[in-house]
Design a protein around this ligand. Structure first.
Ligand code: PRP
Length: 181
């Protein structure tokens, strides 16, 4: 069947969440944001690289008055497991008194999101929430609140729709999970 599997090196990835299902998840999240921030301006912080495709769909679907900042965080390196060490690159951004919405593709150990929230607290925003397309609750290593979660998934490595393995697979329209390890 077309687009059912994708191979990177020796790893076979199998289609797990179709683009149609992704669209429904994104649309539901956008509706929640729209009703929660109906008359307010928000500042989106898009966590590169993984969240760039999700964010572009979500931000347009929500249609909120907004500013957008791109920040980068990296924890996986080229591994299948999160490394535990988070590298953040948050340039000088003025978010004082703003409603911040962090957009992440996936929360795994939670370390990246926690590091970002900790770094932002000192910049005195009015509020901070996060919206994540995917969450792996069984992998959580630190306590972090995620206010908007698209879908919870088991502990398996996923690529597609912005998510990568060794920088490959981000372009895929569907989400794929690893089949052989
Ligand atoms: C991924 C993902 C999250 C983070 C989640 O980024 O985009 O930012 O890992 O893992 P954690 O909850 O265990 O911290 P990655 O390091 O793969 O960088 P990328 O987004 O540039 O691919």
């Amino acid at each position: 069947m077309k687009n059912e599997i994708f191979q990177i090196d020796d790893y076979i990835f199998q289609k797990k969440i179709s683009s149609k299902e992704i669209s429904k998840i994104v649309s539901d999240l956008a509706n929640h944001l729209r009703s929660d921030y109906a008359d307010e301006e928000v500042v989106y912080l898009v966590v590169l690289k993984g969240a760039f495709i999700f964010a572009s769909d979500l931000i347009r679907a929500a249609g909120l008055k907004c500013k957008i900042h791109l920040i980068s965080a990296s924890s996986y390196g080229s591994e299948l497991k999160s490394s535990g060490k988070v590298e953040l690159n948050i340039q000088n951004i003025d978010i004082e008194n703003e409603n911040i919405i962090i957009i992440e593709d996936i929360v795994d150990s939670g370390r990246t999101l926690k590091a970002i929230i900790d770094a932002l607290q000192g910049l005195r925003p009015k509020s901070i929430v996060s919206v994540c397309l995917l969450s792996k609750p069984a992998e959580r290593k630190v306590n972090v609140d995620v206010q908007y979660i698209g879908k919870e998934i088991p502990s398996e490595f996923v690529i597609g729709y912005g998510l990568d393995y060794k920088e490959q697979g981000r372009h895929l329209q569907h989400l794929y999970s690893i089949k052989n390890k």
